[in-house]
Design a protein around this ligand. Structure first.
Ligand code: GLN
Length: 318
């Protein structure tokens, strides 16, 4: 790839312009933002301070690093991997090629389950539910700490965001990849949540301890959900960089949902919730899995800000 060399002497503002002019337009590029994020990372300033120091010249090592990262960006590498961070739900998270890059749509899942957990918290110490409602379908809830499990935690965004928003609950997060768990643990450390969350290595619910049986209030996951044929069609910006294990949902894209719906009843308490992020065309199939199991009620589909189906949840009625 032929990328013109960065001029020998450039200021911050000229570097931003130089890079933005080279990023191709398209869904995976936001030329100005990408340039600013990469440059801010290289010169160790936040984005606002770039503009307060707009005429500061780059040192030769900054220039070298910046032009190298710009070339990698032009070749398709996601900006989040280049700078090692991303934002999710107002917090900054470490990301590496070992984890899926958090998507803003996943914030819908957080917004959806928060009120459910808040209600469970208000009811603590938990006894018989006073009335039946969407979030409280069974009056025989068990007593114990409110327990939340994030399956396939990746960078840890779901469990760590909930633990930040709603401290004092029991949080577990599992992942099949030890490299991903390592990133999640670094994020827990940065957010000062290390003591508040237990990380477990293994697939699905396999690593959950038997003491969690029938004691979980909420199990949630943003599992890999791309079908085998869609995997082949994924743009290089995704397929070439993000971990396959975080994307590939098996032949029909539903393998993880089927596994989780099958095993969640072992761990959920009565009235506990199972909630998933889904692909926009998977609502019927995933609600179908819940219906077929006959162990769930209050099956609910939630749309994202683009009016696409994004979350499916159901209550364990066992
Ligand atoms: N739970 C993480 C996220 O939502 C990782 C999900 C995954 O790897 N499929 O970003």
């Amino acid at each position: 790839m032929n990328v013109p060399e960065i001029p020998p002497s450039v200021t911050i503002i000229q570097s931003i312009q130089w890079a933005s002019d080279r990023f191709k337009p398209g869904p995976f590029y936001n030329a100005r933002l990408d340039s600013e994020l990469i440059l801010a990372h290289v010169v160790r300033l936040d984005r606002l301070n770039l503009y307060l120091n707009f005429d500061q010249p780059l040192t030769s090592s900054e220039k070298h690093t910046f032009s190298d990262l710009v070339k990698r960006r032009i070749q398709g590498e996601p900006v989040q991997y280049l700078i090692g961070f991303t934002e999710f739900y107002g917090r900054s998270f470490i990301v590496s090629p070992a984890v899926l890059i958090p998507r803003p749509e996943t914030e819908i899942l957080i917004d959806y389950v928060k009120p459910f957990l808040e209600r469970r918290l208000q009811k603590a110490p938990r006894g018989p539910a006073p009335q039946l409602d969407l979030f409280n379908v069974n009056p025989t809830q068990s007593v114990g700490p409110i327990t939340v499990v994030d399956i396939g935690t990746g960078s840890g965004i779901i469990a760590l965001t909930l633990a930040s928003e709603l401290p004092g609950l029991l949080y577990y997060a599992s992942d099949v990849s030890s490299a991903a768990l390592n990133v999640a643990e670094q994020n827990a450390e940065r957010l000062k949540l290390k003591g508040q969350i237990t990380f477990l290595e293994g697939p699905f619910m396999v690593p959950l301890e038997s003491k969690l049986e029938k004691s979980c209030d909420l199990i949630l996951a943003n599992p890999p959900y791309i079908t085998r044929s869609d995997m082949a069609q994924l743009p290089d910006e995704i397929r070439g960089y993000e971990p396959r294990v975080a994307l590939d949902g098996g032949e029909d894209g539903l393998e993880c949902y089927a596994e989780l719906v099958k095993n969640a009843p072992i761990f959920l308490n009565s009235g506990g919730m199972l909630a998933f992020e889904i692909g926009a065309d998977q609502a019927d199939a995933v609600t179908g899995l819940f219906t077929a199991s006959q162990l769930f009620s209050n099956i609910n589909v939630v749309k994202d800000y683009n009016h696409l189906d994004r979350v499916v949840s159901a209550m364990y009625a066992g």
